[in-house]
Every structure is written in structure tokens, then in C-alpha cells.
Design a protein. Structure first.
Length: 327
């Protein structure tokens, strides 16, 4: 990136500016903060679908987030994305603004939040694969072993939730599709965050897809006028303001600091957190199989995030300067 890159903005900013050469642990902590925010998504979606249609929840929460995003961009006078950045924002939004919310909202109409959390546990590994391919980077063999072990543990635990190991239902397929599109959105968003800034990336993606999501929200309202309790509306508000907006501030910041393929593995702890929320908020039971499987997922996550990339030869000092991103 050249010294006078458009990624460095003169306008006021909401957050401090991190350096890409910063301590990797910083990226992991920011990623964990985003995961904590996301861990409530499926349990609160399950709460909301008891009073609101899945389409209204999936699309309406994106509209709410887009309003907040538009205000943040306007107040801080952010420069418009340029050229191919718009197309890349389309990819980000297609995964995390449209695909993941709609697919998971529909899946939550017919499956417990805890079960959904176990299926979505495959997201970190899928994101890591997408990130490695997108960055064209090399990883240590132990990283792949750790990621595969985590996915296998999550898949077996998800399959066993209904008491019939190896059985998958429509909700599982919807959740797996959500994992696929979400991984692509996360990986592309992590790359684009290095150019536009972490929070700017999700804001522009929300604004870009706002007309589509508004049209879907109006259609859902016309077909089934929303009638919900205060608790259900509060759950919907969280999904829009935190799951679709504030959580991405921390998540994309962590991915931008990187290394992306390692930070993404922190999300392996999300299903365990979601199970705890499902038990506390929804009264879903957590049996011995779920508890042991959750511990296995956490162990694999701890293993994966500590895996280092192979060291490159240091025979010549690098002439590359640390690159700063807009925050």
C-alpha cells in the first residue's frame, strides 16, 4: 500500500487506529469480544421467532443495523469505497447481511438454539479455509489438524443432539448453508477491513444491501404483521444493534489485525457460549454429551489459536513498513 493510500482518512474517526504489525494477541482479544456478542444470536433468534416471522427477523434486523451504520458513516464523514471495493462489499454483505441471517432465522423456527449452535460450530474452520485461500497463505500442518478436530467434534455433537447419531434434517442443511456463505463473508470482510477499516467494512456492506433488506422487511410485514411481546422485541433489537452491527466492530478489527486464519478459530468457542445462553434464557437442557462435546470444542480452539505459521527465512531484513488501517 502506498504512503498516500485512500485507506488513510483525514476525517474524524470513532475508534483508534491499529497497526497491522501489532501483537497477535490483540487480534485474538478483539475476535473474542466479537464472538461473545455473536454467541447470543441463535438463542435470541429463537426467542424472537416465537412472536415474529423468520423473514421479518432476518431482513428487519439488517435494516435496523443499516440505519445505525449509515449514521456512523455520515457522522464520521467516511470516504466512499472505490472501484472493486464495492463488488467486494457485495460479497461481504451477501454472506453476513443476507445469507447468514435469513438462513439461521428460518432454521431456528424448527430446531433448538443449542442444536443450531453445534452445527454453526463449523463456521470457524470454514472461515479459516476461506481466509487461507483468499490470502494465499501457508499454514502449519498442526493448524489443519486442530481445525479438523474441532469441526469433527462439533459435527458429531450436532448430529447427536436429537439422539440419533448421523441424522441430519432440513434445519441442519440450512445452517450448513449459512456456514458456507458466512465464511466467505467473514474472510472477504477481514481482507477488506485492512483497506476500509474494520467497522467501516460492515457499515458499508449494510448500507449497500439496505434497499434489498428493506424490501424483504416490507414484504414480510405485509404477509404477516408483526405482533410480539416486549421480550421478543428486545431480542430483535439486540439482533439488529449488536449481532448485525456492534459485534462486527470487534470481529473485523480482530480479523484485520490477524493473522486471519488464527483469529477465526476463536469462534470455535461460540457454540459453547451459545449453549450456556440457551440453557439460561430458554431452559434448554445441557446433557453430559453436550457438556463433554463442548469441552472438546474449547480444547481444539485453544490448540488452534496457539498454532503458529511456519517461519519464513530471515536472511534479509524486510523493507516493508507496518501498514495502518482506518479504524
Amino acid at each position: 500500500m502506498k504512503h498516500h493510500s485512500s485507506a488513510t482518512l483525514s476525517a474524524p474517526r470513532l475508534l483508534s487506529t491499529p497497526t497491522l504489525g501489532a501483537e497477535p494477541a490483540s487480534g485474538l482479544w478483539w475476535g473474542m469480544l466479537g464472538v461473545l456478542a455473536f454467541s447470543l444470536t441463535l438463542p435470541l433468534t429463537r426467542v424472537a421467532v416465537d412472536g415474529l416471522s423468520w423473514l421479518f427477523i432476518g431482513a428487519g434486523r439488517a435494516v435496523l443495523a443499516a440505519v445505525l451504520a449509515g449514521l456512523a458513516l455520515a457522522v464520521t464523514r467516511q470516504r466512499l469505497p472505490r472501484g472493486t471495493q464495492w463488488a467486494r462489499l457485495g460479497v461481504v454483505g451477501g454472506g453476513v447481511v443476507i445469507g447468514f441471517p435469513l438462513l439461521t432465522s428460518y432454521a431456528m423456527t424448527s430446531t433448538p438454539a443449542g442444536h443450531g449452535a453445534m452445527v454453526v460450530a463449523a463456521l470457524p474452520a470454514a472461515t479459516a479455509v476461506a481466509a487461507v485461500l483468499r490470502e494465499r497463505s501457508r499454514t502449519a500442518p498442526t493448524f489443519w489438524v486442530a481445525a479438523a478436530a474441532g469441526v469433527l467434534a462439533a459435527a458429531l455433537l450436532a448430529s447427536a443432539q436429537g439422539g440419533d447419531l448421523g441424522t441430519w434434517h432440513l434445519a441442519d442443511l440450512l445452517l450448513l448453508a449459512a456456514v458456507g456463505v458466512g465464511a466467505i463473508g467473514y474472510a472477504e470482510g477481514g481482507m477488506l477491513a485492512r483497506e476500509l477499516g474494520p467497522w467501516q467494512t460492515i457499515c458499508w456492506a449494510l448500507v449497500l444491501w439496505a434497499p434489498v433488506m428493506l424490501a424483504l422487511t416490507l414484504f414480510a410485514t405485509w404477509g404477516e404483521p408483526p405482533r410480539a411481546s416486549g421480550t421478543q422485541w428486545a431480542a430483535f433489537a439486540y439482533l439488529g444493534a449488536v449481532s448485525m452491527f456492534l459485534g462486527f466492530f470487534a470481529w473485523y478489527r480482530g480479523l484485520a489485525i490477524g493473522p486471519m486464519h488464527r483469529v477465526s478459530q476463536v469462534q470455535l468457542t461460540q457454540p459453547v457460549l451459545s449453549l450456556l445462553w440457551a440453557a439460561l434464557l430458554l431452559g434448554e437442557s445441557v446433557g453430559p454429551t453436550t457438556a463433554l462435546g463442548g469441552l472438546a470444542v474449547v480444547a481444539c480452539a485453544a490448540w488452534a489459536v496457539r498454532t503458529r505459521r511456519p517461519r519464513r527465512s530471515s536472511s534479509r531484513p524486510s523493507s516493508r513498513r507496518p501498514v495502518r488501517i482506518a479504524a
